[in-house]
Design a protein around this ligand. Structure first.
Ligand code: TYD
Ligand code: MG
Length: 453
């Protein structure tokens, strides 16, 4: 006889407990425990038997390599992030905060696919709502099926009937399977649904784009369990107040994770931003202090971004340090370097830092531009607008080499910059036509170049 057992599962990390806990001892979250029923025996019976594939060990050269098939999604940015298109039979998870544009992205892709047969299954919206959204997007699909359904079994039944080339599930937290007795959106449901989808996708060789919501911590709800199951995890991020969105690959079995796609949210959907430096070029602010331009690389693409800093006298005893789009701890470290190695007195100053366009940049090569912006604001001197910077700053104030320096210089030259400050001792094979390259060893040396004008 099946023995029904009640246990409490943390919806954040999946830890289990026989009684309800206020705070999860594993991940430290409050109020995340939810009651779930498990039928011990049933699960034991249902566990799939392990079946041998009958394969023998082969020498590497004996293994036949068939060329990979990829489905072209007619969306350059997404194709690139996926590593050259969508692999048939793969599961791709698109995670992001509510309202960032996941549904728009998924629907927009299907809209552009023309005659390719696709299925958009939504547990969140009615077919009418989806139709309204679709009307705002471009494209004229002749084979796009819309389904408003929360039962996974039903969705897969229709998928078997239609045999589409791509299926979108929007979202994994709003659909559920009948095989387990847990509320829709709970960790066990999400995990079970993903496992069923995986089996189905591989069996039928149909790729799935799965939308997933993100919880407070920025990980996909039902977090780690899903990441293990799917082939690719894409993170859709951006600041809701800005129009730019970034699509990053966090995990990719079929490509690199260093690629990234940039979009702009417009009234008729997401526009691909093929030239990221336009984020910067759209503005013009000659003569303003507290701004510096960095030649950054995100993924494998170089682009120029604007760093803004505001340094002012602290109104209260403890000075404020705040940054948007840049790691706060790194900002503190850079300010300490400025204080100790260059002799700036920032102890009594508030420092605010902002990366224009609502972008979050991880590239350490923007360090030097961050310091230049702080310097400029502190002295209230505008930097020469023909200069840009690239270099990581070390603890002793030394400028450390950065990756892809040639591309950074080339991008700066392309956009008409006259000078670029780079780390000394870095091998440059790029032959500049007009841009002047200024190698520097120390922060102080970089400041001397900046202040010369
Ligand atoms: P949505 O794709 O529903 O976000 P998610 O599925 O990630 O929750 O849409 C996000 C926002 O985008 C929504 O507030 C409305 C806006 N939007 C546009 O600006 N232009 C458009 O063409 C569409 C369809 C949506
Ligand atoms: Mg949505």
């Amino acid at each position: 006889m099946a023995k029904v057992q009640i246990e409490y599962v943390c919806q954040n990390c999946g830890a289990k407990s026989p009684k309800e806990l206020g705070r999860c001892p594993v991940c430290g979250q409050w109020g995340t425990y939810i009651e779930e029923k498990t039928e011990r025996q049933m699960i034991a019976q249902k566990a799939p038997k392990i079946i041998s594939s009958g394969a023998r060990p082969l020498k590497l050269h004996e293994v036949e390599a068939t060329p990979e098939i990829r489905i072209d999604l007619h969306n350059g940015e997404l194709n690139r992030v996926l590593g050259g298109g969508l692999v048939p039979g793969s599961l791709v998870l698109i995670g992001g905060e509510p309202g960032i544009g996941k549904s728009t992205l998924a629907l927009q892709i299907l809209m552009k696919l023309g005659e390719i047969k696709t299925l958009y299954a939504s547990g969140e919206e009615s077919t009418k709502q989806i139709k309204l959204r679709a009307e705002r997007l471009d494209g004229n699909p002749s084979n796009l099926f819309i389904l408003s359904e929360t039962s996974l079994e039903k969705i897969l039944e229709y998928a078997t009937e239609l045999m589409p080339d791509i299926v979108v599930i929007d979202s994994i937290q709003t659909i559920g399977t009948e095989t387990i007795d847990a509320t829709i959106g709970s960790l066990s449901q999400v995990r079970e649904c993903a496992a069923i989808l995986l089996r189905f996708a591989k069996e039928k060789n149909i790729p799935f784009l799965i939308v997933g919501h993100i919880n407070k911590e920025g990980s996909i709800a039902g977090p780690k369990v899903l990441e293990h199951i799917v082939d690719t995890v894409l993170q859709f991020e951006g600041d809701q107040h800005y129009m730019y969105r970034i699509l990053r690959a966090q995990k990719n079995r079929f490509g690199s994770t260093s690629e990234l796609g940039i979009y702009e949210m417009q009234h008729n959907g997401l526009r691909e931003v093929t030239n990221p430096s336009e984020l910067l070029l759209s503005q013009n602010h000659e003569g303003l202090s507290g701004m510096a331009i960095a030649s950054a690389v995100e993924g494998v693409r170089p682009f120029l971004i604007e760093i803004q800093a505001l340094v002012s006298s602290a109104a209260y005893g403890t000075p404020q340090r705040s940054s948007t789009g840049f790691d706060g701890r790194r900002l503190n470290m850079l300010l300490a370097v400025l204080e100790k190695r260059v002799g700036f007195k920032l102890l009594q100053k508030d420092v605010f830092l902002n990366i224009a366009g609502g972008l979050r940049v991880n590239d350490p090569a923007i360090d030097l531009a961050v310091l230049a912006a702080v310097l400029s604001s502190n002295m209230d001197i505008a930097l020469d607008d023909g200069i840009c910077l690239s270099g990581e700053v070390g603890l002793s104030g030394e400028i450390r080499p950065v990756a892809r320096i040639d591309q950074r210089i080339a991008e700066a030259e392309k956009l008409g910059f006259k000078k670029i400050i780079i780390p000394a001792g870095q091998k440059v094979s790029f032959r500049p036509k007009q841009i002047e390259i200024l190698p520097v060893k120390k922060v102080a040396e970089a400041f001397r170049h900046i202040l010369k004008n």
